[in-house]
Design a protein around this ligand. Structure first.
Ligand SMILES: [Zn+2]
Length: 121
């Protein structure tokens, strides 16, 4: 069945070979269980609360969102890269919305000033 094949594929991706002792290790493992070699640098957290923080920062403090995005994109695994890409998209949206609101605000201020001038005349 197709589903079985997909499962096998996914399981294969979840296993890596230890560079030191060549034993098969779960891709999620930080250390090789047979020789103890460190397999990963500290990975970026992909928990829901961490995601919420990254997305919040991206939306409301745009420059810092890019810093997060860079960190997550560098982490390399699929979930982290996805967070990095979403952080960049949110940053872009935030910048566009801020620009749009600012122009709208400036325009409305100028409009009010014009109206006040017109009233005085
Ligand atoms: Zn090993």
């Amino acid at each position: 069945m197709l589903l079985d094949k997909i499962n096998i594929l996914m399981e294969n991706q979840l296993e890596i070979i230890c560079p030191s002792c060549k034993s098969v290790v779960l891709a999620t493992a930080f250390f090789c269980p047979s020789c103890g070699k460190q397999l990963k640098d500290k990975v970026q957290s992909t928990t829901l609360s961490k995601k919420a923080v990254v997305y919040f920062v991206s939306l409301f403090l745009p420059p810092f969102g890019l810093w997060y995005a860079r960190k997550y994109l560098k982490a390399g695994d699929y979930e982290s890269r996805k967070i990095g890409i979403v952080a960049i998209i949110l940053t872009i949206i935030s910048v566009v919305v801020t620009f749009w609101l600012t122009t709208g605000f400036i325009n409305s201020v100028f409009q009010s000033l014009n109206e006040i001038n017109n009233l005085n005349i």
